[in-house]
Design a protein around this ligand. Structure first.
Ligand SMILES: [Zn+2]
Ligand SMILES: [Zn+2]
Length: 305
């Protein structure tokens, strides 16, 4: 018989890990380039596009990882029917007769490429994934990945497209906004990041990276937040930020529900809701009217004073 048969959950975890890591690799390069260009761009004349060209290997590698993640998610759906559909070996090679030696499931070749797609579409995918548009999406990703692997380290993919593909696959499979939750969970689970103030700029940078690189229309398809959304400080997370240079601009809480009488803010960083009162801020020139009442003092979540 087979031992250690993989489950839908195993493949989903692998798929999400690969795709999140693919986004993270791009984000890390973007953070370095963006900081450099902000400080030295005018003097050196170096552009972000030149910076990405220099990092073509990272961009390509991140895309190969995205392709691997996409295949894992297709396999996860197939597993929901039966993991046996993933096996490439002929039935008469299966070690399933009584008395056969037990064999680990992972030792058997699994279907890939075209066969994987055909199997996926044979397993009754949810309506939005059973359509031509989804087939075209995964076929595009496969074609670009093959180019990277077979042709070599040329500029086969623009960063904005790589990022869009990653978000699209996660949105198709799990629904809108899920990618941010996945990135947060993976970052928070890293033992060195527990309680780290670094996680706050990290989320700020992640969202800004997406906003700046994939354009408004693509953003809207994958994320409910818009750059124009009015953000507030978090009464809990923003305290940790005291002393950091970017303190003023880093706001990732929003009213929930988003209406003028709302008395709750939800923070994307700590994933918690906080009570607020609606009262005008008494600091000169501050238009804020969302005040935290959780601590000893009232704090305006617009100016954080
Ligand atoms: Zn928070
Ligand atoms: Zn204020």
């Amino acid at each position: 018989m087979f031992t250690n048969i993989l489950s839908r959950n195993d493949f989903e975890t692998t798929g999400v890990d690969c795709i999140c890591q693919s986004i993270n690799s791009l984000l890390q390069i973007w953070e370095i380039g963006n900081d450099f260009i902000k400080e030295n761009g005018a003097i050196t004349g170096i552009t972000m596009s030149e910076f990405w060209d220099h990092h073509v290997v990272t961009v390509n590698t991140s895309f190969i990882l995205l392709h691997q993640g996409m295949e894992a998610l297709l396999k996860a759906h197939i597993c929901g029917h039966s993991p046996m559909l993933l096996l490439e070996a002929k039935r008469n090679e299966w070690p399933t007769k009584p008395g056969n030696k037990h064999l680990d499931f992972s030792q058997f070749h699994q279907v890939g490429g075209e066969s994987l797609f055909i199997t996926f579409f044979a397993t009754d995918p949810p309506n939005h994934m059973g359509k031509h548009i989804f087939y075209n999406l995964i076929e595009e990703i496969r074609t670009i990945r093959n180019k990277i692997v077979h042709v070599g380290h040329k500029n086969n993919i623009e960063v904005k497209d790589a990022l869009s593909y990653a978000l699209k696959i996660l949105t198709y499979y799990f629904g809108k906004d899920k990618w941010l939750e996945f990135l947060r969970d993976r970052y928070r689970r890293n033992p060195v990041n527990i309680n780290s103030v670094e996680r706050i700029p990290y989320f700020w940078n992640t969202i800004n990276f997406v906003w700046e690189n994939i354009g408004k229309a693509e953003c809207r398809k994958n994320l409910s937040l818009e750059r124009q959304t009015r953000f507030y400080h978090c009464p809990s997370c923003s305290v940790d930020l005291d002393g950091l240079a970017s303190h003023e601009e880093i706001k990732l809480s929003l009213l929930r529900p988003n209406d003028p009488l709302s008395t709750t803010v939800y923070c994307l960083i700590c994933d918690r809701e906080h009570d607020v009162i609606r009262q005008s801020c008494d600091k000169e020139a501050c238009p804020g009217n969302v005040i935290s009442v959780g601590g000893l003092e009232k704090i305006c979540l617009t100016c954080f004073k």
